[in-house]
Ligand binder design. Structure first.
Ligand SMILES: NC(=O)c1ccc[n+]([C@@H]2O[C@H](COP(=O)([O-])OP(=O)(O)OC[C@H]3O[C@@H](n4cnc5c(N)ncnc54)[C@H](O)[C@@H]3O)[C@@H](O)[C@H]2O)c1
Ligand SMILES: [Zn+2]
Length: 375
């Protein structure tokens, strides 16, 4: 992975992965069609988006294709539409519009659209190319990178899917102007995670610069976001390139997510993913300290950063420790019945390199952290 920021104002960043490029550039939506046609040539295109993003950005995206205007496919917004039913409806729409093996999919939206449209692309005619055009901070720095696509089922999130790498990822941070601040802050939790797992200096930058970025998002345009989006993209891309199918180092991206997913689930998804992960990171860092894996003060440092970003750091009062522990066992990351944690050694460094970054932890330690000083 290599990254280049173009001078003087770092107004555009290119991150080169082994097989494709990620471009972060405010205003790129205006020339989306030309870039997609160059990096992902296809006979025809199908643009998939949701009904919140469509009125904001679909027309700009569609008309940028000129005479190669894509067909337009709009799904209702929200996680509860990331389903096999929507996958089937979309697939049928593509078939009805005469799309074939020589078509490509353009996913314009947040992670829900990216995962769903990516899964359509992964399976349509046994797989056609696609392009990710993420419009949430979370999708720019996380969901659009790494090639995981899929849908939810009644039994849980992301249980049916496929690995399918996009031909390119085109992120236009100007689209963040319309994203609700709570969504921006929740996305920043993943940027905090990137700092903890890989880069202490970036960790500092995220919590120091984040509040001003959120406050100015609606008025200052996309440029102030470029360095942060680029660094997070670079960290996530480096990790997944090292481990495309999640055997080893990719697990470090799960920091905060073993407990975070359980907390998200128990909240009935009232907490945003990033909010639940924020709590999960603090608790898991405490766990790491308790187990003697992490330097003292790691959890406190993470909690302070998250508080600066107005993110929660405590287990919700209505969540009982044993319920949270039980919920970790239903997570698909559990292996052979054992729940694994990705735990920090300090800010910027992960523990457990000797066991592929998947650390098994005694229940007593988890319960102690959930019930103890965390409240
Ligand atoms: N594939 C992966 O590796 C991966 C990684 C992390 C998360 N995910 C998935 O991503 C999803 C979460 O992504 P998300 O947080 O982007 O959620 P989302 O796609 O639901 O978007 C959040 C909300 O913002 C709206 N929206 C999107 N762009 C907007 C814009 N520019 N302006 C205004 N509103 C906008 C959406 O309509 C939605 O209501 C989850 O389904 C999660 O499982 C996937
Ligand atoms: Zn996450």
């Amino acid at each position: 992975v290599s990254v280049s920021l173009s001078p003087p104002a770092a107004s555009r960043a290119e991150v080169a992965l082994r097989d494709y490029r990620i471009t972060v550039s405010p205003g790129l939506l205006a020339t989306l069609g030309a870039t997609v046609r160059e990096r992902c040539p296809a006979h025809r295109y199908a643009l998939v988006t949701d009904d919140v993003v469509a009125p904001l950005y679909a027309e700009a995206a569609l008309s940028s294709f000129g005479d190669a205007r894509p067909t337009r496919h709009v799904v209702p917004t929200g996680e509860h539409h990331k389903t096999r039913e929507r996958w089937a409806l979309l697939t049928d729409e593509l078939l009805a519009q005469g799309h074939g093996r020589d078509s490509a999919v353009v996913a314009l939206g947040g992670g829900v659209v990216g995962d769903l449209a990516g899964f359509v692309a992964a399976t349509f005619m046994r797989g056609i190319p696609y392009v990710q055009v993420p419009t949430t901070f979370l999708a720019m720095v996380d969901a659009s990178i790494g090639g995981k696509t899929g849908v939810d089922t009644a039994a849980g999130k992301n249980l049916v899917g496929a690995f399918h790498q996009p031909r390119t990822v085109l992120a236009d941070p100007a689209t963040l102007a319309t994203l609700p601040p709570a969504q921006l802050r929740a996305g920043l939790a993943e940027a905090v995670k990137h700092g903890v797992i890989a880069d202490a200096a970036y960790f500092e930058q995220v919590w120091r610069d984040g509040p001003a970025l959120v406050a100015g998002a609606a008025t200052r345009g996309g440029e102030p976001w470029v360095p942060m989006v680029a660094r997070s993209v670079e960290i996530k891309a480096s990790v997944v390139e090292g481990d495309e199918f999640e055997g080893g180092i990719r697990k470090i991206l799960n920091f905060g997510h073993t407990l975070g997913h359980a907390i998200e689930l128990l909240s009935g998804f009232r907490l945003l993913h990033g909010e639940a992960i924020a709590v999960g990171m603090v608790l898991e860092a405490r766990l790491a300290e308790r187990l003697g894996l992490a330097e003292r003060g790691t959890a406190e440092g993470i909690a302070r950063a998250l508080q600066a970003l107005d993110l929660p750091t405590r287990l919700p009062a209505d969540q009982a420790p044993d319920a949270v522990l039980a919920a970790t066992r239903t997570d698909k990351k559990a292996r052979a019945g054992a729940v694994e944690y990705a735990l920090p050694a300090g800010i910027g460094r992960m523990a457990g390199a000797d066991r592929e970054f998947g650390i098994r932890v005694p229940d007593e330690a988890v319960l102690a952290v959930l019930g103890g000083e965390a409240r």
